[in-house]
Design a protein around this ligand. Structure first.
Ligand SMILES: Nc1ncnc2c1ncn2[C@@H]1O[C@H](COP(=O)(O)OP(=O)(O)O)[C@@H](O)[C@H]1O
Ligand SMILES: [Mg+2]
Length: 324
């Protein structure tokens, strides 16, 4: 999907600060969610993703800043008055930790959440059926949640947030600790919902997932957005940087430090059997890299030069890898 700059903003955080015990969990945070997009909120653990979601969903009040939902300033509204205005009916939140009742069946969960939103039969029955189908849970309708495997629990957790057909779906790390099949089904269902018109905020620390499904990405660290844009826009920000990966025949204690000092090299990190160097105009630097390796008494077995990835962008912005 191409991004329309004039697409209406349907939810936002402006300069929002939220502190816990004096320490900011989000710090002057700015996020705009535009109608029809899948916005990826990408950040390492403790960067403030869950807090940002709790603020949007009205689960915690901000210390400072403005939060809007569908054009209404909700910063000052208590969660109760939000639901009176039915704003909460228009969003669905899939929490990071599945919030399920082990003794209720899959079908009972969906009816329970649907009734919370005021839905009654026959509409409720029909909505439950379509959500079960979307999340590949139809055959598990009568299974108790306590007997589901972790992938099915994640899918049920997501299904519960969908029965009332929210306009914005907010997912908080929905694929943690599950099998590849369930992961694929979750990603596919996010795409399907988006194609049907649902706007999505997808928080994750998995670069590959965010890159695969999001139309726009906001990279978050220490409670702030460092940069946002489409994947090509973000890659563009790396300018002339390239990524050089060299495999060498032995470990040399201070090689990484020596390479980091080379002109044009922005970053050098060590992986199990290779060194990864982010450098301006990589092809120009490669010969110098090989030379330095040789001078340190080692030999280059293989060298690859590629355009950098979003992982590299994150690295160059924060000095850390997403996983680290
Ligand atoms: N309820 C809370 N009480 C105290 N500290 C919290 C609470 N929620 C989050 N934090 C802190 O705020 C920071 C951001 O956390 P969180 O929003 O959960 O990040 P993420 O979802 O990106 O892992 C972390 O340092 C975390 O320890
Ligand atoms: Mg979190």
């Amino acid at each position: 999907m191409t991004e329309q700059p004039d697409t209406p903003v349907i939810a936002s955080l402006h300069n929002v600060v939220k502190r816990y015990a004096g320490l900011p969990a989000v710090d002057a945070l700015n996020i705009e969610i535009r109608a029809g997009e899948i916005l990826g909120l990408l950040g390492p653990s403790a960067s403030g993703k869950t807090t940002a979601i709790a603020l949007l969903a009205g689960l915690v009040p901000p210390d400072r800043g403005r939060i809007t939902l569908f054009g209404t300033d909700v910063s000052a509204l208590a969660p109760k008055s939000r639901s009176v205005g039915s704003l909460l009916h228009r969003i669905g939140v899939v929490p990071q930790e599945p919030a399920l009742f082990d003794d209720l069946t899959v079908g009972e969960h969906l009816r329970f959440f649907g009734e919370l939103f005021g839905l009654r039969n026959p509409v409720l029955e029909q909505l439950c059926g379509s959500v079960l189908e979307l999340m590949h849970l139809t055959e598990r309708r009568d299974t108790r949640a306590g007997r589901l495997n972790s992938g099915m629990r994640r899918r049920l957790n997501m299904a519960c947030a969908l029965v009332h057909r929210p306009q914005i779906l907010i997912l908080d790390e929905p694929t943690v600790g599950i099998d590849p099949g369930s992961r694929r089904q979750i990603l596919d269902s996010v795409r399907t919902l988006n194609a049907r018109g649902t706007t999505v905020l997808y928080a994750s620390h998995h670069m590959s997932e965010v890159e695969a499904i999001c139309t726009r990405i906001a990279i978050m660290d220490h409670g702030r957005i460092l940069v946002s844009g489409t994947v090509p826009e973000l890659i563009e920000r790396l300018g002339a940087d390239d990524r050089i990966r060299v495999r060498i025949d032995r470990t040399v204690p201070d090689l990484r430090a020596r390479l980091s000092e080379l002109a044009g090299v922005h970053h050098c990190s060590e992986e199990p059997d290779s060194l990864v160097i982010i450098a301006e105009h990589g092809q120009v630097r490669l010969a110098r890299v090989v030379e330095v390796v040789a001078r340190c008494g080692a030999e280059v077995i293989q060298a690859d030069l590629v355009r950098p990835t979003l992982d590299d962008l994150f690295l160059s912005l924060t000095g850390r890898t997403l996983r680290g």
